[in-house]
Design a protein around this ligand. Sequence first.
Ligand code: NAD
Length: 327
Amino acid sequence: MPRPRVTVIGAGNVGATAAQRIAEAGLADVVLVDIVEGLPQGKALDLAEAAPVVGHDIRITGTNDYAETAGSDVIVVTSGLARQPGMTRDDLLAKNAGIVRSVVQQAVAHSPGAIIIVVTNPLDAMCHVALEASGFPPERVIGMAGVLDSARFRTFIAQELGVSVTSTHAFVLGGHGDTMVPLPRYSTAGGVPITELLSPERIDALVDRTRNGGAEVVALLKTGSAFYAPAASVTQMVDSIINDRGMILPCAAYLQGEYATQGLYVGVPVELGRKGIQRIIEIELTNEEQQAFERSAAAVRELVDAMERLGTEAPGSRTPEAAPAGG
Ligand SMILES: NC(=O)c1ccc[n+]([C@@H]2O[C@H](COP(=O)([O-])OP(=O)(O)OC[C@H]3O[C@@H](n4cnc5c(N)ncnc54)[C@H](O)[C@@H]3O)[C@@H](O)[C@H]2O)c1
């Protein structure tokens, strides 16, 4: 049986590190794609030359030609621009929407049965672009954000309690960004909710740090943004899909009535397997949590509306009937 195949679009920090992790975990052959000539080829060659030392037989190739990505099981979209000095948020939104639309159209033409994991920011808005550009059903277009956000929350919980990160579990809902909704009563250490282990003030401090987790790394790095934890998060999603593991992970999913939200990508817990999102898991929220979730969804809606205003043709909503079945 041929090994599964993952295409990673964007051979920058997140893309190349995800390629390395996927290869070293032995999950799938990896095709790295970028618009810059030589970059994906060079990084793929370097990664391939690490294989004898690391001890795996994964094939890693780099290309600027989507024909070489044909038959991929998963397509990871990390291509995009970072905000440059003088660029407005709307400029970045329009530029990255253009990039995501173009790469998704080219990639799905060669891999009509793939599952797409979107990473490019602004995440939830880029998921809408990928959904529309691919023509795939919503369960095959998934955004990576919640795995990263909850990993950050887990890190801070473990550090605060002085326990192993592996004994922690965290629950984060909502859009990716400052409006994300960490849920302390569903976040645990050794199965015990942190609301029973930490004071409300300490929990608030950890929640705040989680919300600003991306900005904290950017402020330290000065140039560029986080990529090790984002790449690890992508790899976990790829693992659950490729190996049909059915992990329940927080991901950006297209809601069609769940959580009282219609036609919008927002972070919620989902079961991830070979078919993509196999189930959206709805949990009871308190009034306060539901309000925070709605505020977060409203922030995503604003971005989607901004894309429409900018003429980037992202769908504000789409009915299930309008969604083509995909290949
Ligand atoms: N969802 C998340 O939680 C999360 C976390 C980290 C980063 N990100 C986002 O992921 C994206 C990538 O981050 P990074 O640090 O790897 O950036 P990076 O600048 O290192 O890499 C981006 C790559 O995309 C390539 N690219 C640009 N236009 C392209 C096109 N049209 N076709 C193919 N490739 C193209 C660039 O050449 C570059 O190599 C950014 O948008 C970033 O904000 C999201």
